[in-house]
Design a protein around this ligand. Structure first.
Ligand code: FRU
Length: 494
């Protein structure tokens, strides 16, 4: 097929799909697994957040999107905006594959992940044009907009037509930022079984020069690094990654020093950003308050639920502020704007929970909820604390958080959460000054996000319970637990 035939064929597919889309959005609206206060597609497929940016008073969230089915396919950029990170409005698709460098003959083509920058009153998106083939073709492209809604692809695309030899197993997901008047771009890549973040530099956002490898895997950190994001944070730099084929981790951050003269990032600390199974392709933005906000795809490749036909698939995590702690590690806190969602609440303070006894509290059923609990471990001698929620009356179905104070171990047990894959996540809480345990947990209709000790440890998991039950059941074992305070709120739809 020549180029113009290809475009015609693509347009024909779009027309055929239009009817299917209308039917899909109707099915989606009736679906009990649709989230009430997380960003998700109106219909169709969603994966990575793209182009996170604060532009003209609004947060823009673009995302990998297949508008014509609930399965991954030729990638478009979906688009949503918000003034407060809580209430989002969907806008028309920002990028669709229309040019030869992003159109292929099989489903594996399109406008793949990337980022956005604001310059000269314009919003410019950088993304990867991907065309499948025996040797997939990946090039970096740009598209600009004055109003932040309608984007014009550059006539000079691709702006980077090919990878350097030292990083040519994958060449995608450009993240662009500015440092002291110069533009930089990191691109995810790999070679010789090592993931790599390639660095480019530009004075004008048009002509890009290759600077070299900013960072690479030490041999244990995956063979290809998807969606790198490199940015200053609290006097250091952080690099966040979605490593492919890394043992035991699907997301990773490194914090350390960036030397712009040599183009090299030297990591000093490394850890997972999120210990749950449903957190991938995280990206950040800086807003007008100077906050570094992170959003990730709240899902994972290969999830059993993705095989079902619901008319939609995929969602984003809650926006979280990223902070560098004095010990050089990172913490993530849900943005305080989310407090706007709180409705009816219940609170308790200074209660001793007895060994082996279950204490229960209710929140409205059928709705999302949030709870915030603080336990005083100086006045507790239990060996284990179990917190069950989304629990059926006979407890045959429930999601359980377990804390084992002797090991400072936190467990999110989703083995009996409902449908979908069975997942157990574990992490050791870092030593903190006091011995208290603080848990802030957000439950939406099919998601759980756990923030322990002000975001020192975070766990995100999708769950698919039979019913959205609002209760919370606390049970200490091997001793008592002092519940210093507990607040439970029902959360409204955003
Ligand atoms: C990560 C990813 C990216 C790619 C995009 C395609 O989830 O594989 O590397 O650009 O998804 O949809």
């Amino acid at each position: 097929m020549n180029d113009s035939n290809q475009v015609q064929e693509h347009l024909k597919q779009i027309r055929l799909a239009d009817g299917a889309v209308a039917a899909a959005s109707e099915t989606a609206e009736r679906d009990e697994y649709r989230l009430h206060y997380h960003v998700m597609p109106q219909s169709g497929w969603m994966n990575d957040p793209n182009g996170l940016v604060y532009f003209k008073g609004e947060y823009h969230l673009f995302y990998q999107h297949h508008p014509y089915s609930d399965k991954w396919g030729p990638m478009h950029w979906g688009h949503a905006v918000s003034k407060d990170l809580v209430h989002w409005r969907h806008l028309p698709v920002a990028l669709a594959p229309t040019e030869p460098y992003e159109l292929g003959e099989t489903g594996g083509y399109g406008c793949w992940s990337g980022s956005a920058v604001v310059h000269d009153e314009e919003l410019t998106l950088f993304y990867t044009g991907h065309v499948d083939g025996r040797q997939p073709l990946e090039v970096q492209c740009a598209a600009s907009s004055a109003d932040g809604v309608v984007f014009r692809k550059r006539s000079g695309n691709p702006v980077i037509p090919g990878s350097p030899d030292e990083g040519n197993v994958g060449f995608r997901d450009p993240k662009v930022w500015r440092h002291e008047g110069t533009w930089y771009m990191v691109i995810g890549s790999g070679q010789s079984s090592r993931g790599k973040a390639l660095l480019y530099q530009s004075e004008d956002l048009e002509k890009w020069d290759y600077k070299g490898i900013a960072a690479e895997s030490d041999g244990t950190q995956g063979d290809m690094w998807e969606c790198p994001d490199l940015f200053p944070l609290g006097g250091k730099h952080a690099l966040i990654l979605s490593p492919m084929n890394m043992e035991g981790a699907k997301n990773l951050y490194m914090a350390g020093e960036m030397d712009y003269a040599t183009g090299q990032f030297k990591p000093q600390v490394q850890a997972m950003l999120d210990h749950g199974p449903d957190f991938y392709a995280a990206q950040t933005l800086v807003d007008d308050q100077g906050r570094r906000i992170l959003i990730a795809w709240m899902d994972r490749w290969g999830s059993a639920m993705a095989k079902e036909s619901r008319g939609w698939y995929g969602a984003m995590t809650l926006p979280r502020e990223l902070l560098l702690k004095p010990d050089g590690t990172l913490a993530q806190k849900p943005v305080p704007e989310l407090e706007k969602l709180r409705e009816k609440g219940e609170s308790v303070s200074g209660k001793l929970l007895e060994d082996g006894q279950t204490a229960s509290w209710q929140a409205a059923e059928g709705q999302g909820f949030e709870w915030l609990a603080e336990f005083d471990w100086c006045e507790s001698d239990a060996e284990r604390l179990e917190i069950a929620f989304l629990a059926a009356e006979d407890r045959s179905e429930e999601t359980v958080i377990v804390y084992v104070p002797g090991e400072r171990k936190l467990i999110l047990d989703c083995t009996r959460s409902g449908r979908g894959d069975v997942q157990v996540s574990e992490a050791i809480l870092p030593e903190s000054g006091g011995r208290n345990l603080k848990l802030q947990v957000f439950v939406d209709r099919s998601s759980v996000e756990v923030f322990a000790n002000d975001g020192d440890i975070v766990m995100t998991s999708r769950v698919y319970p039979a019913a959205l039950r609002g209760g919370l059941h606390l049970k200490p074992e091997g001793g008592a637990v002092k519940l210093q305070s507990l607040n439970i709120w029902s959360l409204t739809r955003s």
